[in-house]
Design a binder for this molecule. Structure first.
Ligand code: F6R
Ligand code: ZN
Length: 192
């Protein structure tokens, strides 16, 4: 039997994406995800020159990770590039592959990159007010393609779980890069 919880509300700053209260704020730095970027020498150069580079933050609302719950969070990806590749999240499949997710764009501009197990890739543009649907079975990653922080709200089933290892191992078959001032989707030269 599910335990009864008290209803509650968190406050979301619609301009910045900051959520309050958040049970945790995850901060992802380049040092912890440099292998995910295609241009590893650019990543090493930035690490040597800057020491620390914050790529994104995730504000997580305190909801149990259990069937029947709806987990929700906001993500803020700071603008920047590693070589030509825009700042992005690590990306993951849900452990339960048939669990979907909804993203709502709040601020800035970005893209949602999705990939199937057999390497099909799709890109969905995200901006304030865009409601993006991550269907079951698709790995997903978000990318900041603009010059300002890109923030979005996410909601997904409490028993979905996160599988990061598959993306760490196989990577995404496409990259979002800056070419002549535009965001362009290209084949990943390091795709496995
Ligand atoms: C949850 C979800 C998002 C991401 C967040 C950070 O299922 O898709 O809330 O967790 O955008 O990205 P990752 O988890 O890939 O580091
Ligand atoms: Zn997800």
């Amino acid at each position: 039997m599910m335990e009864r919880m008290e209803p509650f509300a968190s406050t979301l700053d619609l301009q910045t994406g900051v959520m309050n209260p958040a049970s945790q704020v995850l901060r992802r730095y380049l040092s912890g995800m440099s292998d995910l970027y295609a241009d590893s020498s650019a990543a090493q150069r930035i690490l040597a020159e800057e020491g620390v580079r914050l790529i994104y933050e995730v504000y997580v609302v305190d909801v149990p990770e259990a069937e029947g719950q709806v987990l929700h969070s906001t993500t803020i990806i700071y603008p920047g590039r590693i070589g030509q590749e825009f700042h992005m999240t690590k990306g993951h499949f849900h452990v339960k592959r048939d669990r979907a997710e909804i993203y709502l764009g709040l601020a800035g501009t970005g893209a949602l990159l999705l990939q199937t197990d057999d390497g099909i890739v799709r890109s969905v543009e995200m901006r304030r007010g865009a409601v993006a649907y991550v269907p079951p079975l698709w790995a997903h990653r978000t990318v900041n393609t603009g010059d300002a922080p890109f923030a979005f709200f996410a909601a997904w089933p409490g028993d979905a779980g996160h599988d990061y290892a598959s993306i760490e191992q196989q990577g995404f078959a496409k990259l979002l890069v800056s070419q002549d001032g535009r965001a362009v989707l290209i084949d990943n030269p390091r795709a496995r």
